[in-house]
Design a protein around this ligand. Structure first.
Ligand SMILES: NC(=O)c1ccc[n+]([C@@H]2O[C@H](COP(=O)([O-])OP(=O)(O)OC[C@H]3O[C@@H](n4cnc5c(N)ncnc54)[C@H](OP(=O)(O)O)[C@@H]3O)[C@@H](O)[C@H]2O)c1
Length: 277
């Protein structure tokens, strides 16, 4: 079958097979950024549990996964990983070489996706994280053997509506899961501990948690906008004999850096284990 050139973003119909938290986060980002019109989004799931939120956004919904693939040439597969092989077997008869199929499922490799779909299907994997919900996701994507530059560029342009997205070799996807997918929980643990230090010193809880979260947000923005190494910014904040160096010494005694590196290592190893590598 001939490969047809992809239409522009204005004519884009985007499908979601699986309509849970991650699918909704991506759809919301595309619609809010004006990249896709809500009525051009079609989502499927077995129940109405999550589909009702898509309808509230103005999207079309169905219980038929095949209907999504028949009506959209760009389709995101956002079911839990263990469900995905059966879902791909179900839609495979209606997949053509015109489709661009994007898997969000953690731990399912590009070669597995290609094996489960017809020959020469254009597939990509993306690894998102939960801040996609507020358009501040840190995502990576990797492309399959039959996916061209224009397919990858189109997906990247679309995903920018949900945060930052960089194309990487597939080997980096599991590391991204350890750094950024699970990293959201590590950062939450740090934010909680930061706030609890202030609560211990007498600050009201709500205020301490708001200030801790804003401190993380502001520091992240500063690092990205200045493009500096974190060590540089840390040094800038550190007055000799001042408060920060006393605090940093306490963090070093507690082994914060070694514990954080071990956390990313452990989460990456677990992602690799779950991928069956
Ligand atoms: N959440 C994260 O932070 C995160 C980060 C990175 C990657 N991911 C990946 O994103 C994927 C989705 O995660 P999630 O948190 O969004 O899951 P979720 O909220 O549980 O959503 C799963 C969706 O799949 C639907 N589904 C179940 N069986 C189906 C079938 N046979 N055909 C079509 N749809 C079916 C569910 O239907 P119902 O609505 O009827 O229940 C639900 O809408 C996972 O593969 C995960 O690895 C998630």
């Amino acid at each position: 079958m001939a490969v047809v050139a992809a239409p522009g973003l204005d004519q884009l119909r985007v499908g979601f097979v699986g309509a849970g938290r991650m699918a909704e986060a991506l759809a919301q980002g595309f619609i809010r950024a004006g990249k896709v019109e809500a009525q051009h989004v079609l989502a499927s799931a077995p129940s109405d549990r999550n589909l009702c939120r898509f309808r509230a956004l103005g999207c079309q919904t169905t219980h038929s996964n095949q209907e999504v693939v028949q009506n959209c040439w760009l389709v995101f597969f956002a079911t839990k990983p263990h469900v995905l092989p059966a879902v791909l077997a179900e839609v495979a008869p209606v997949v053509t070489t015109e489709h661009i199929l994007v898997s969000v499922a953690a731990g399912i490799s590009l070669s597995t996706l290609e094996e489960l779909l017809p020959p020469a299907t254009r597939v990509l994997r993306i690894s998102p994280n939960l801040p996609c919900v507020v358009q501040e996701g840190a995502m990576v994507m990797a492309r399959g053997r039959h996916t061209g530059n224009s397919d990858a560029e189109l997906l990247q342009t679309l995903l920018e509506a949900c945060g930052q997205c960089e194309e990487v070799p597939e080997a980096h996807v599991d590391i991204h899961t350890g750094l950024s997918g699970s990293g959201v929980a590590f950062v939450c643990a740090f934010s909680e501990a930061l706030a609890e230090g202030a609560i211990k010193m007498g600050m009201p809880s709500g205020l301490a948690h708001r200030i801790a979260a804003q401190t993380l947000l502001g520091t992240g923005k500063l690092l990205l906008q200045k493009g500096q190494h974190p060590a540089q910014l840390r040094t800038d904040v550190c007055t000799p004999g001042g408060t920060t160096i006393y605090g940093l010494h306490a963090l070093e005694r507690g082994g914060l850096r070694a514990a954080t590196m071990s956390a990313v290592e452990a989460a990456t190893c677990r992602a690799r284990e779950l991928s069956g590598k």
